[in-house]
Design a protein around this ligand. Structure first.
Ligand code: NAD
Length: 358
């Protein structure tokens, strides 16, 4: 079997980390044809858009992509390439497995949490009304008439959570649990305060859970979750969260297991998936062969599992774990004192060396 995969190198450190990940994926023995699709700062100058339609078409056609980070310029009016990709392909689930491997720079051991974040709704849907606009005034008037006085000098961001959006993300979490031999799904919310948005998410989650009697289900309030994660993260298995909590908690969990350099991710929709590291384009390190490619390599491991290449995925995971635990061929961020470390491509060499023996 040969897989045609869209490869979006991205910009900043993206080309460095994706090149390294591509080399290790090829070294697993699985056959890939990479369809390279450029997005980000580089194409912006040439084509006038950071996300040409051809990139979206390529992912639609191949159904699977490996992506490096892309810079979102602040204050230029350009939409984030990442948000645009997720929206146009309806990649509604963001998957962030967070696992400690012996040797990662972390205070914690034996953490193995999968964060499943809803990607399309909630406060991040972008439905906002600027203070002082006629639309904001109309909404504020309606609120004042029906719910009591609110200040006229308010801006508004709407938190919208639907039955449909909640159902498909919770179902995704349970299906992922079954497919990956996970035992428990925890729904995260603040339903005690936000009865009609988080409350809906929770009641749908409870309903969906009934269809999966083989998987344990519980729920936890977001503030309690944060405290529990810091005190005893080992108690959690799969967390399923609305968009905003999911965004924050996935970074918290990345921090528990060694930081951005080792935190992989995937954005998934119906029959479509983009695998990418959690970190951004770290522009100051562009072209320096310095940063950690492991987050992208672990994302590649998730891609192998998605493609049902389980034995290649397991060998890649073992090889990465071996390089991490030996601690010789790792980048600066894997050192507790953040000094020393080898370059990006040397990490790839070391992982490939291990793959030959695993
Ligand atoms: P960032 O993740 O790019 O970098 C923050 C810091 O984390 C870096 O300065 C570096 O010290 C460290 N770091 C990040 N990746 C690392 C790696 N692989 N190895 C070692 N250290 C690493 O976050 P930022 O500076 O907030 O964002 C930079 C740009 O990236 C912004 O334009 C942002 O919008 C974009 N971004 C893109 C994505 C994406 O494409 N999915 C995600 C997040 C941020």
């Amino acid at each position: 079997m040969v897989y045609t995969v869209t490869l979006i190198p991205g910009d900043g450190i993206g080309p460095d980390v994706t090149a390294a990940a591509r080399r290790v994926l090829e070294a697993t023995g699985v056959k890939f044809v990479w369809e390279v699709a450029e997005a980000g700062a580089g194409v912006m100058a040439a084509q006038g858009t950071p996300l040409p339609d051809s990139v979206i078409e390529s992912v639609r056609k191949n159904k699977v992509a490996l992506k490096g980070p892309v810079t979102t310029p602040v204050g230029t009016g350009f939409r984030s390439v990442n948000v645009a990709l997720r929206k146009s392909l309806d990649l509604y689930a963001c998957l962030r497995p967070c696992k400690t491997y012996p040797g990662v720079p972390s205070l914690y051991k034996n953490v193995d949490i999968v964060v499943v974040r809803e990607n399309t709704e909630d406060l991040y849907a972008g439905i906002e009304f600027e203070r002082g606009t006629p639309e904001a005034a109309r909404i504020l008037k309606l609120i004042t008439e029906t719910r009591g006085k609110v200040r006229e000098d308010s801006g508004i961001s709407l938190k919208i959570i639907s039955d449909f959006g909640s159902r498909r993300i919770v179902k995704f979490a349970f299906d992922y649990a079954r497919q990956n031999n996970r035992k428990k799904v925890t729904a995260v919310h603040k339903a005690n305060i936000m009865k009609f948005s988080d409350g809906l998410f929770l009641s749908v989650a409870r309903e969906v859970a009934k269809g999966y009697p083989d998987i344990e289900f519980n729920d936890v309030i977001i503030d309690n979750l944060c405290m529990q994660l810091v005190r005893n993260p080992q108690q959690f298995d799969i967390l399923v969260l609305p968009n905003l909590y999911g965004d924050i908690v996935s970074d918290l969990c990345a921090g528990l297991v060694g930081g951005l350099g080792v935190a992989p991710g995937a954005n998934l929709g119906e029959g479509l998936a983009i695998f990418e590291p959690t970190h951004g384009s770290a522009p100051k390190y562009t072209g320096q062969n310095k940063v950690n490619p492991m987050a992208t390599m672990f994302s590649g491991m998730l891609m192998l599992r998605y493609l049902k290449e389980f034995s290649a995925a397991d060998r890649l995971e073992k090889s990465l774990a071996a390089v991490i635990s030996e601690g010789r061929s790792v980048t600066y961020d894997m050192k507790m004192d953040k000094s020393g470390g080898v370059g990006t491509s040397q990490v790839a060499d070391a992982v490939i060396e291990k793959l030959i023996h695993h």
